[in-house]
Ligand binder design. Structure first.
Ligand code: SF4
Length: 329
């Protein structure tokens, strides 16, 4: 029997290259190997975007369309929207009863996000409690594996602690402790060198028109110690653009860029122009699939079917949870 994997994404903006290389490429691999549940985490988006719910609705549909365009296959994975499976909220409430508040307050992301998103009022119960909702998302399907980056390990540990506490309190091994599936891809840099993110305004979106992609790639930070073409560069250690470029070039092409950059034979403008064409060519099949999907009026039916399948499993878990709590000594 295949192991079960759960992963989700918040619908807070259009997909960019950070999502594509950091998350979705991994999902494409996972959907072939495991029983995957992929969901749009619209309730999680509400924890920070509660003042803009219309945007969440808009991005939820858009995100699903983009997932399917890059190759996420609802025939291979269960794809759904979190708020279509109300059992997540029910388990969230029950797990909230047993989760000590200091566990949530010590969550490193809690303080960090409050610090980074100063323009939003995040002094809410929902924001403090979002790791409990995350735990419910995972445990409701008894997922054995959760793909995470190294920085998200504390979140998963919290889910494991909540699962352990539930099993201990009610004297039954109901919830398996999910394991991390560490993803190997490092952070994708944006055009200014910081992590690619919509909120930093440094992202290349999958649906950017070709001219926009060219413009953004041309403004990518390169080797700052190389103001002129005649200065030798150091792509591996000093060029931000090259870190992204590496994902698009063959070994031969990579070596060629490194060599000609180090010998000061290749100018940054020309190098980035070539790179932009590679990115645009890689987007072409995604755009094509998107167009086809938009012509199929019933493309969203697969998401409804996914929610139905998810609800069946989630309901079974909720019944087990009540039975466990009520029969506890
Ligand atoms: S030539 Fe290319 S690899 Fe070298 S610094 Fe410029 S953009 Fe980077």
């Amino acid at each position: 029997m295949k192991q079960r994997v759960l992963s989700g994404m918040r619908p807070t903006g259009p997909l960019h290259l950070g999502h594509l290389h950091g998350v979705l490429k991994n999902w494409l691999y996972l959907q072939e190997k495991y029983e995957c549940f992929f969901f749009v985490a619209d309730w999680h988006a509400l924890t920070t975007e509660y003042e803009n719910p219309s945007k969440i609705r808009e991005f939820t549909k858009e995100l699903l369309l983009e997932w399917f365009s890059v190759g996420i296959d609802p025939e291979k994975a269960v794809v759904f929207v979190q708020s279509d499976v109300k059992q997540h909220a029910e388990l969230y409430l029950l797990l909230g009863m047993i989760t000590p508040v200091p566990w949530l307050e010590r969550n490193p992301t809690y303080k960090e996000m409050k610090e980074n998103l100063k323009e939003k009022d995040l002094n809410t119960y929902g924001f403090l409690g979002y790791p409990v909702l995350q735990a419910a998302d995972i445990l409701i399907y008894k997922a054995q594996l959760v793909p995470v980056g190294i920085d998200q390990l504390p979140h998963l540990e919290l889910t494991r602690e909540i699962a352990r506490r539930f099993n201990f309190l009610y004297q039954r091994d109901l919830f398996p402790e999910p394991q991390a599936l560490l993803s190997e891809v490092s952070k994708i840099p944006g055009i200014d060198g910081r992590k690619m993110s919509k909120s930093y305004g440094n992202a290349i979106f999958i649906n950017d028109p070709p001219d926009e992609v060219r413009k953004k790639i041309l403004s990518f930070v390169t080797d700052t110690q190389r103001p002129r073409k005649s200065d030798p560069g150091d792509p591996e250690w000093r060029c931000v653009a090259f870190q992204l470029m590496k994902l698009y070039l063959s070994e031969y092409e990579k070596n060629e860029v490194v060599e000609s950059c180090k010998k000061a034979e290749l100018g940054c403008r020309e190098c980035k122009q070539r790179f932009a064409e590679k990115v645009i060519a890689s987007f072409a099949p995604i755009w094509e699939r998107r167009e086809k999907l938009l012509q199929q009026k019933d493309w969203y039916e697969k998401v409804k079917e996914g929610a139905k399948r998810a609800r069946e499993i989630a309901q079974q878990t909720i019944e087990e949870v009540y039975a466990t709590i009520l029969s506890s000594p």
